[in-house]
Design a protein around this ligand. Structure first.
Ligand code: PLP
Length: 336
């Protein structure tokens, strides 16, 4: 099965497979499993390492000499792109929200350390449209200057990037088989949609081989994904096509997004997210963050409490990372 991905250019950047850890019982009695994609290695780990393997593979295959990407100032994706560029000898340009801080912390500190050039736009961190326009403008400037950039949209959520999570789905199913576990659901945090689309692409291909497949439940932490942008079914179908499969194997009904855990906006902490961060820290020593994985895990716990899964069911949370952000101002929940 993994050989179906073999024809796509891939840069080996991540430490794979990531561990699958057995966790404790969830409220309601389902059993938690933690898929440690916070431990992908690249530049302190996280989900973007898997996407960057294929994005950077494509960049190198096209003869790119630089990478350009975009995100919030504390973007994990930007930090890992900076690390990937350092590993591959590519110059990296990051288009970031807000203004340059006097003292860089968290992801910004690391992107600096990896040698990326940071371009602050002054824009709000949730104004992704403005950031994308600035990325395109910078990519055009670099192209004109002969820097041969490979330009990566926010979160790396193109079909090429999403292939990384089609591969991850298969990896996870093989680990579940080894543990003799048949999960009822795979739950993860979603913001630009590529992780979700990739998982659904992998799930459709795995189902085509005659396997039973778990539900994939995305917890939306940004307004776009919660309103259906990007269109996850279309992105997953484009991903399947890129891998060499038939688009029609994915059903629109396969797409499940729970939009109830974002709170006021992307990047604004929630009480449920903070409570979930404490739960994960105290039940498994897992470190979640307030922008992504804390809210995603709050969605898993909330659905478990509401009885979505029966006692004894196995439920996998994909820990997509975000750890360095806890070392930025406001990165850890106040109080006990
Ligand atoms: C830690 C973390 N979790 C989850 C996500 C969401 O992944 P995607 O953008 O593929 O939806 C991101 C994206 O930036 C992230 O940094």
């Amino acid at each position: 099965m993994p050989s179906v991905f073999g024809h796509l250019p891939r840069a080996r950047l991540a430490t794979l497979p990531t561990p699958l850890e057995r966790g404790s019982e969830l409220p309601g009695g389902a059993r938690l499993w933690m898929k440690r994609d916070d431990l992908t290695g690249l530049g302190m780990g996280g989900n973007k390492a898997r996407k960057l393997e294929f994005l950077c593979g494509a960049a190198v295959a096209q003869g790119a000499r630089s990478l350009v990407t975009v995100g919030a100032a504390q973007s994990n994706h930007c930090r890992m792109t900076a690390a990937a560029g350092a590993m591959l000898g590519l110059e990296v340009h990051l288009v970031l929200s807000g203004d340059a801080p006097a003292v860089p912390t968290g992801n910004l500190l690391l992107s600096n350390l990896f040698g990326a050039q940071q371009h602050f736009t002054g824009s709000e961190e949730s104004h992704w449209g403005e950031l994308e326009i600035a990325r395109e403008a910078l990519a055009n400037e670099l192209r004109a200057a002969g820097a041969e950039p490979y330009s990566i949209p926010i979160g790396g959520s193109t079909p090429v990037g999403a292939v990384g999570y089609a591969v991850a789905f298969v990896e996870l199913m093989q680990q579940c088989q080894a543990f003799d576990v048949t999960p009822a659901a795979i739950v993860h945090t979603s913001s630009s949609g590529g992780t979700h689309a990739g998982l659904l692409a992998g799930r459709a291909l795995w189902r085509l081989e005659g396997h039973d497949v778990p539900e994939v439940l995305a917890i939306g932490v940004a307004k776009g994904v919660n309103m259906g942008m990007p269109n996850i079914a279309d992105l997953a179908r484009d991903t399947i096509e890129l891998i060499g499969g038939d688009r029609s194997i994915l059903d629109r009904g396969d797409v499940r997004v729970d939009p109830n855990w974002m709170g006021h906006d992307y990047g604004v902490p929630t009480r449920a997210g903070d409570a979930a961060i404490r739960w994960a820290a105290r039940h498994g020593g897992w470190v979640l963050d307030r922008v992504y994985s804390g809210k995603g895990f709050a969605g898993l716990v909330g659905n478990a409490e509401a009885g979505r899964w029966a006692a004894g069911n196995d439920v996998v949370f994909i820990h997509t990372g975000g750890t360095p952000a806890i070392f930025a101002a406001g990165g850890v929940p106040p109080g006990r």
